[in-house]
Write a protein that binds this ligand. Structure first.
Ligand code: CA
Length: 227
């Protein structure tokens, strides 16, 4: 999977223009026409980045951004806000709202893509779509795992787990957080399902002596670490 972006913009023309140019730049584009629709969408597996238009009907972009920052599930989601031309107040508001960057309309798609790439780099997303750790290579575009250049079979859930772990090395995740991030909040899964899939992931890595990368954090959950 390539990097995914959720575009939240009520104006259909702008949304379609963004969708078109971002798809062409290799992003997997999701669309929402309102904050409310975006919130429903973000209950599931998260995109790698969101673009929020400031002017939205119903809940506006600033309130949406604040809400996403406050919610543990979406707190670290990279966000770019679109603002209207020359409105300094918007800029301030967008910073207060916790967005990572803002871009003033009208903008060139090329500029937006450059900002997106910079933000993804800062948030640990691989530019070439390949996450690396020692001999491990997780190719997000081809959806393939390899160790020392040799292809390794991996299940889809284990893939998503490993992707989250490799994007966040040394970070401990609780079972509930893993459920939210890998399975999404919209479906009900028992916490022990997480253990089952972590076990499978370790089994996948074991023949290469890499199962120890997936560590148990007592009383909490799991972490991916080469230490
Ligand atoms: Ca708008």
């Amino acid at each position: 999977m390539s990097n995914s972006v959720l575009v939240i913009e009520d104006e259909q023309e702008v949304r379609e223009m963004l969708s078109f140019s971002l798809s062409r730049s290799g992003f997997n584009v999701w669309e929402a026409a309102s904050a409310e629709e975006a919130l429903r969408r973000l209950d599931g597996p998260l995109p790698n980045l969101v673009i929020i238009d400031w002017m939205l009907p119903g809940m506006n972009g600033v309130d949406l951004a604040r809400r996403l920052r406050r919610d543990e599930h979406t707190a670290s989601l990279p966000m770019i806000m679109l603002t209207a031309r020359g409105e300094q107040a918007d800029k301030l508001k967008s910073f207060d709202s916790g967005v990572d960057d803002y871009i003033t309309k009208p903008f060139s798609p090329r500029e937006l893509v450059a900002r997106m790439r910079a933000l993804l780099r800062r948030s640990g997303a691989p530019e070439d779509g390949v996450l690396k750790s020692g001999p491990l290579r997780l190719d997000l575009n081809a959806h393939k795992l390899s160790v020392d250049g040799k292809a390794v079979k991996i299940g889809p859930t284990e893939f998503r787990l490993l992707e989250l772990f490799m994007r966040n090395p040394n970070r401990a995740f609780g079972r509930g957080q893993l459920l939210d991030r890998v399975w999404g909040r919209s479906i009900y899964v028992e916490e022990r399902t997480v253990d089952v899939h972590v076990l499978r992931l370790r089994k996948t890595l074991k023949p290469y002596g890499l199962d120890k990368l997936v560590q148990t954090v007592r009383g909490l959950g799991y972490r991916f670490s080469s230490d």
